[in-house]
Design a protein. Structure first.
Length: 239
């Protein structure tokens, strides 16, 4: 498990192609590898990878299967590329962000960047059907960083967008300051939100059965969707 608090930036020192997988040698900041052992887990841009070899005091090897390369941004890494990294959380560790598994759900695209004073706003385009799990004020993990969704917009068909606001400290500790529109990002949705939404959708499907298509058509005519019915209720007095 990870906390979603990025602990530093690693750099791709070497890439070795092997039958059925790719091996990455990552160089870490001073002190990051203290106590690191073969078999340990490290979140690399939000992807949980296993240490396969130690390369001196500040570097390690990680093997990545073709399936993982296909589903994440790791396939686009080159020598010199930077990644957000976090060691696996120890028992009793403070959860400064929210619990992450290191299992990426999908790749999204950075649509635009705005830069108000002392802020950095990223608008991210989300493919269907993943937008159903993303709500304003909810948690989201982007390249391994736990962030709060500021605004979210759903579109017909299940796609949509959301925005996150980043402070200077977040930009300093992550790769987000270097991201440009069009770049791909690894997204892990918040698990309790996924369970809640799926449970509500299953309950609606079970109760309505054959009436469900008619309800979806009625909601669409009024500019709404079934996903909106699963949105967590905001209690009075809570932001």
């Amino acid at each position: 498990m990870f906390t979603g608090i990025v602990q530093g930036l690693a750099q791709v020192a070497a890439i070795t192609e092997k039958p059925g997988l790719t091996s990455f040698t990552l160089a870490f900041p001073e002190g990051f590898c203290e106590g690191l052992e073969i078999g340990a887990s490290v979140a690399c841009d939000g992807v949980c990878l296993t240490v396969t070899a130690l390369k001196g005091p500040n570097a390690a090897d990680f093997d990545v299967m073709q399936q993982s390369l296909k589903l994440t941004t790791l396939a686009g890494l080159k020598q010199g590329s930077a990644l957000n990294v976090e060691r696996a959380a120890k028992e009793g560790a403070e959860i400064g962000g929210h619990p992450l598994s290191g299992h990426v759900d999908f790749m999204a695209t950075l649509e635009s960047v705005r830069k108000p004073e002392n802020n950095h706003v990223m608008r991210i385009r989300v493919p269907a059907p993943w937008m159903r799990y993303i709500f304003a004020k909810g948690y989201i993990a982007i390249n391994g960083a736990s962030l709060t969704v500021a605004e979210a917009g759903r579109e017909p068909g299940g796609a949509g967008w959301f925005e996150v606001w980043l402070i200077p400290e977040t930009l300093r500790m992550t790769t987000f300051g270097d991201k440009q529109p069009g770049d791909a990002l690894n997204i892990e949705i918040e698990r309790s939100t996924q369970v809640f939404v799926d449970t509500v959708r299953d309950a609606i499907d079970e109760r309505l059965g054959p009436l469900l298509p008619a309800l979806e058509k009625l909601l669409a005519a009024s500019g709404q969707s079934l996903d909106a019915l699963a949105e967590p209720v905001k209690l009075p007095g809570r932001s």
